[in-house]
Design a protein around this ligand. Structure first.
Ligand SMILES: Cc1ncc(COP(=O)(O)O)c(C=O)c1O
Length: 388
């Protein structure tokens, strides 16, 4: 045990120690932590659905009908008709032939990549891809070629060095921490020209980007061109679980080979019912996405007007890069003192030297909420010398 406490001391010395805070209220723009009220700007619940009465009722109805747990893996005794219904709804939502549920987005990435590729393959992976993609690549034992973040010229150069190999290009659609959008049109072109499979992780774009909230493929009008669309139900859809959407043959293959699908108890019927209801809300209430977009545009513009270096785009994730982890933690702590919760993100989640505040917008933030947050961020930014 001594070796672990020594390692832990080193983590603390480097300013990288993390601790959990305990929420006492449902997740929304206003939350309570340890008895204190906060304005929350760090939730992935972009559409503000975590405490939606219709989702809660859907869970209760499913518990009444099916009980509280699925009791087995999908291939044994855990597959209910609503699991299949949700897969059909996801496929329709994503514009694909079929879909397969996994218990988390993490398990979807790890299970899918490691079942598709083996050591004879090469995987081209964006430098800033999510940890679950990186772990899936490692587990596959394929050769991993990392290309510079969103740099399609670098990718094209690297692809040229690997003729006649089974290959996969994998990228976040909407990058989870930087909040930028992958250049899908150019990625599709490179993939098709070189006969390479393309996989897009839309954990953060599902329900958020695109005319119907279908994600980055929908945003670019490329739903038919992406071989493997991965997504989560755990963020904008306020539920739990991950999925892969694509051709029927891909989905059948994964159901028979992806170990994180085969060897794990199915999601509870209650969470499946929540996902079904949330998908219906995404389909029928586009105004939520529009409000989220308006909140994002306003907040980004105001931050820029206050001299923060943030790009102009539609993503509800806004990174203020600060550099040293101590500065990011100090900024976040000072915001906490002012009853505003914004997480400090440090290595290993982001590369060394790029510790930051990660702000995330919700459709349910009011303009007054955002003004209050902006004033505090500007004031603390001045005090800490981040802006002049
Ligand atoms: C880009 C990305 N992919 C996958 C995941 C994993 O999804 P889940 O939280 O549903 O396991 C996340 C979650 O943080 C993510 O940000």
């Amino acid at each position: 045990m001594k070796r672990f406490s020594e390692k832990l001391d080193q983590i603390k010395k480097n300013g990288l120690y993390r601790k959990m805070r305990h929420l006492q209220t449902p997740q929304g723009p206003h939350i309570k932590i340890d008895g204190k009220d906060y304005l929350l700007l760090s939730s992935n619940s972009y559409l503000g659905l975590c405490n939606d009465a219709r989702l809660k009722q859907a869970a209760l109805d499913a518990i009444e009908k099916y009980g509280v747990a699925s009791g087995g893996s999908r291939l044994t005794t855990g597959s209910y008709e609503i699991h299949q219904k949700l897969e059909e709804e996801i496929a329709a939502f994503k514009g694909t032939e079929a879909a397969l549920l996994f218990n988390t987005g993490y398990m979807a990435n790890v299970g899918t990549i490691s079942s598709l590729a083996d050591k004879s393959w090469v995987i081209f992976s964006d430098r800033l891809n999510h940890a679950s993609i990186i772990d899936g690549c490692r587990l596959s034992k394929a050769e991993i070629v990392v290309y510079d973040h969103c740099d399609t010229a670098d990718l094209a150069r690297k692809v040229r060095g690997y003729h006649n190999r089974q290959a996969l290009i994998v990228t976040d659609g909407l990058f989870s921490v930087d909040g930028d959008i992958a250049p899908l049109p150019a990625l599709v072109e490179i993939a098709q020209k070189n006969n390479i499979l393309l996989m897009v992780d839309d954990a953060h774009a599902t329900g958020v980007l695109g005319l119907s909230g279908g994600g980055t493929a929908d945003y670019f009008g490329l739903s038919d061109e992406i071989d493997i669309q991965m997504g989560t139900l755990s963020k904008a859809l306020a539920s739990e679980g991950g999925f892969i959407a694509g051709k029927r043959s891909l989905i059948d293959y994964l159901a028979n080979t992806a170990r994180s699908f085969i060897f794990s108890t199915a999601l509870s019927p209650a969470m499946i019912a929540v996902s079904l209801k949330a998908l219906e809300i995404v389909r029928t209430e586009p105004q939520r996405r529009e409000t989220l977009r308006a909140n994002t545009a306003w907040f980004r513009a105001e931050l820029r007007a206050t001299s923060f270096d943030v790009p102009e785009n539609e993503a509800p994730i806004i990174s203020i890069i600060l550099g040293h982890p101590d500065l990011a933690v100090s900024f976040s702590d000072k915001l906490m003192e002012r009853n505003i919760f914004v997480s400090a993100i440090r290595p290993p989640t982001v590369p060394p030297g790029t510790s930051r505040l990660r702000i995330s917008m919700m459709a349910t933030h009011s303009r007054d909420d955002l003004k209050q947050a902006l004033n505090c961020i500007a004031e603390i930014g001045h005090k800490l010398g981040v802006i002049r």
